[in-house]
Design a binder for this molecule. Sequence first.
Ligand code: NCD
Length: 312
Amino acid sequence: MRFHEEIKDRHCHLRNLVSVDGLNRAILKCIFERADRIRNNKDKYNNLLEGRLIGSIFCEPSTRTRCSFSAAIQRLGGKVIEISGEDSSTKKGESFSDFVKTIECYTDAIIIRNSTAGSLKELKGINVPIINAGDGVGEHPTQALLDIYTIRRERGTVNGLTICLVGDLKHGRTVHSLAKLLALYNVRLRYVSPKNLRIPQEIWKYVEQLGVEQTEHTDLDEVLDKVDIIYMTRMQRERFNTAVEYEGVKGSYVIEPKMLNKAKENVVIMHPLPRLDEISPELDNDPRAAYFRQMKNGMYVRMALLDLIFNQ
Ligand code: NCD
């Protein structure tokens, strides 16, 4: 029996992942269990994407998302064509839609990162699965999946936790997807940001409708002793209109070892990375620092997601 037949779950279907909207706890559970099974059976999973060729389009910089997708595909026995916006005919003036249509002709699924929020939803007539790897200030659904998978691994469960999202909550696409996805669980959300970088109203309302308790703060100290997870993010310098605006908020929140004396003993510190100065490197060897484990988890979650899309 092929490995994917062993891990088949008939209740789990997913074809595209453009937004976290529409995901539910059953699908998440299925992805996380698959990720665990794949990581615990390293010698058995290497043919799950045999014969598949996947396109990977990155029109904004990326280290982790791009490399972990490529690693995931190749570790599952698939092949990948990688192309960046810089190297593509969009530089000659070709539309984004024609660019994606071209890659569709050659591949069995497409992973896309681009700079315009919502642009993946507008793509028409693409007949292969599409995975959003970050659309400008919009969403980053696979990051949210790996973030929740990390919380589960670090704390055993997501339910009952108080989770604090810190930094540039306006432009940070990871926190947009994460807040929405966390709202499927029994959690409390604490948003900590400068006043001009608050969580967008649209996300607030989405979470509110799902009945999750949320509060906003400008001072991390106000919530530090009450939270189970601290999810740091960087100020998204490339999204600011002026350098002055960025300079005004740069360095607003920095976690240093001594601050953690005030936090819960088992607090988990996460970050989607890249970090600038939000987390002191002195914390890297602290068992509460989960961000490097989080980064590795990303590869297994992306393997599980691809397996789910292709093999059900
Ligand atoms: C994030 C992104 O690109 O949105 N990085 C990532 O994918 N791990 C976070 C960021 O750039 O700040």
